[in-house]
Design a protein around this ligand. Structure first.
Ligand code: ISL
Ligand code: CA
Length: 538
């Protein structure tokens, strides 16, 4: 039985979850002290964003040692204790596996740049072209070009992400052996599996020029290639020995690619994150946002519900702005927060809740670029400045897309720094909204977003149709989304009004839940109302 098909998974961004020692930085003992919160929510597993030693240029996604814990977060013993304490509460731990690149401070890189055997080819090194230009025309994910000169080696190295994240070269067989070793190291300590960072980019077929594109020129040389499938199957051999679970972060993935990556008989990934529904509010690239329109969003969700037997369902993570201001409405904060929770917990698939989502945390309230930490936002700011984009406009673009929006500290209570830290200042600005958006207040309020999440998690446990049932869409208009989940004789309909005006839907049934106080359901939805109905037998 696949436990992950019945579980809710909760993502922790360790730096911002809970500080235990007053240095303003979240840490593992802090996480342990909050496990009861997660148990109460009913989560079956935690995806822990990276906790390995790292210079933190990309907050842990630039790893300098795969087999240790960043001293800011604790030590290996703390990790062991976390695994144990979580297990006691029926919660599994998933580590973040970042193997497309390492930090340039990793020992492998230090040795590779000095051409020390066997590390010489652990990375993609290349000389300039005869005319002195960069090795190829590829462009990177964070808005920079993706080659960096290294004086020690006397060559360029490839980095699809930040300059300090050098891409590993899987044409060098030792690299995969190292990764297998890393898997065993953590699986032996008791982790249940991995969330695999940008896992469909591992294999680069050549370093030839790419077709010119608006963003990510070169993509066709590394997006979900056969080499990557091969790597995944090799890793699976190790994982199988532990019955471990993997969810891949797979950028620009299409349903066809997704089926190849996840088909059980191919023994690659168990599950993956697709991006289409998260891209319906952007033009071409993620930094050009347009207003959210529900219909394309519903259509993307429906498409993936139909195309794949099982999806990872998510509306937030550490790379995305918060969901209420994005897909819901600040003015209907409570209602739309509950509506989005309903969507998340009733689609077919494994739901992922990102820390703070369960209390309706909103985007940061920073005033300007100097408050930002995110390497991507800082790059975008630099590039826009170089093009003389005025500061006001620059800030508008960045504020709407910055990954820091979701990275501000967790708002536990209305004490100083929202109960996140006893330090004067947290590592990243605490959102002033904590005075009215915090867990402590919501715990004592049966009508809160937190109570709604708990209640829906319980409903999911009780109704197998909500977990394993098939998905059938009934209505998807410019503001209303209605779908049915059915398993045998059990049938449940969900109706969601994504607007601040009343709406009508065709479905009727026995009311199971509404985010409004009401007795029955006659097809009329209030603004941002979400209802769950038990379908009456014909
Ligand atoms: O940020 C993004 C979408 O908003 C993507 O471009 C993101 O960079 C991509 O999804 C890859 O993300 C993952 O790898 C990055 C890291 O910075 C992200 O935090 C991580 O989730 C490089 O390791
Ligand atoms: Ca700390």
């Amino acid at each position: 039985m696949e436990w992950w098909k019945d579980a809710i998974i909760y993502q922790i961004y360790p730096r911002s979850f809970q500080d235990s020692n007053g240095d303003g930085i979240g840490d593992i003992p802090g996480i342990i002290s909050r496990l009861d919160h997660l148990q109460e929510l009913g989560v079956g597993a935690i995806w822990l964003s990276p906790v390995y030693p790292s210079p933190n240029d990309d907050n842990g996604y630039d790893i300098s040692d795969y087999k240790n814990i960043n001293p800011e977060y604790g030590a290996l013993e703390d990790m062991d204790r976390l695994i144990l304490e979580a297990k006691r509460r029926g919660i599994r731990i998933l580590m973040d596996l970042v193997i497309n690149h390492t930090s340039t401070q990793h020992e492998w890189f230090e040795k590779s740049r000095r051409r020390i055997v066997p590390y010489t080819d652990y990375y993609y090194w290349a000389p300039p072209r005869p005319d002195g230009s960069l090795p190829n025309n590829w462009t990177g994910f964070f808005g920079e070009n993706c080659w960096q000169w290294d004086d020690v080696r006397g060559e360029y190295y490839l980095h699809l992400f930040a300059r300090t994240q050098a891409d590993l070269n899987y044409h060098c067989p030792q690299v995969l052996d190292e990764v297998k070793d890393i898997l065993r190291f953590w699986l032996d300590r008791g982790v249940a599996g991995f969330r695999c960072d940008v896992i469909n980019l591992l294999w680069k077929d050549s370093l030839a020029d790419g077709e010119k594109r608006l963003a990510l020129t070169g993509l066709e040389h590394y997006l979900t290639l056969e080499g990557t499938h091969g790597i995944l199957r090799q890793l699976r051999e190790v994982l199988d020995g532990y019955r471990a679970f993997t969810v891949g972060e797979t950028v620009f993935v299409t349903p066809d690619m997704a089926r190849d990556l996840c088909a059980p008989e191919r023994r690659e990934l168990d599950l993956l994150f697709s991006f289409e529904h998260m891209e319906t509010d952007q033009y071409f690239i993620k930094w050009l946002k347009r207003d959210f329109r529900p219909k394309p969003f519903f259509e993307a969700l429906i498409k993936w519900q139909q195309e794949l037997p099982w999806n990872a369902i998510y509306l937030e993570n550490h790379d995305q702005p918060r969901s209420i201001p994005r897909f819901g409405c600040d003015g209907w904060w409570r209602e739309s927060g509950k509506l989005l929770a309903t969507l998340l917990l009733t689609l077919r698939g494994t739901p992922f809740i990102y820390q703070g989502q369960e209390i309706g945390m909103v985007d940061f309230d920073f005033d300007g670029v100097d408050q930002l930490n995110d390497v991507e936002s800082r790059n975008v700011n630099r590039i826009l400045s170089a093009y003389h984009v005025p500061e006001g406009l620059r800030w508008r673009i960045i504020a709407r897309t910055s990954r820091d929006n979701a990275r501000t500290p967790m708002q536990w209570d209305d004490g100083p720094n929202a109960g996140f830290t006893t330090a004067d200042r947290a590592w990243l600005g605490v959102n002033r909204s904590y005075h009215f958006v915090n867990l402590a207040d919501q715990e004592s309020d049966p009508d809160s977003i937190w109570s709604w999440y708990k209640d829906l998690a319980k409903l999911r446990r009780e109704r197998e149709a909500l977990r394993r049932g098939d998905f059938l869409w009934l209505e998807a208009t410019h503001r209303v989304f209605v779908y049915r989940r059915r398993l045998g004789a059990e049938s449940v309909t969900v109706a969601l009004n994504f607007s601040g005006r009343p709406a009508r839907v065709g479905s009727r049934g026995t009311l199971l839940r509404s985010n409004y106080r009401r007795d029955g359901f006659d097809g009329r939805l209030q603004p941002w109302e979400a209802v769950i109905l038990e379908d009456r037998p014909l």
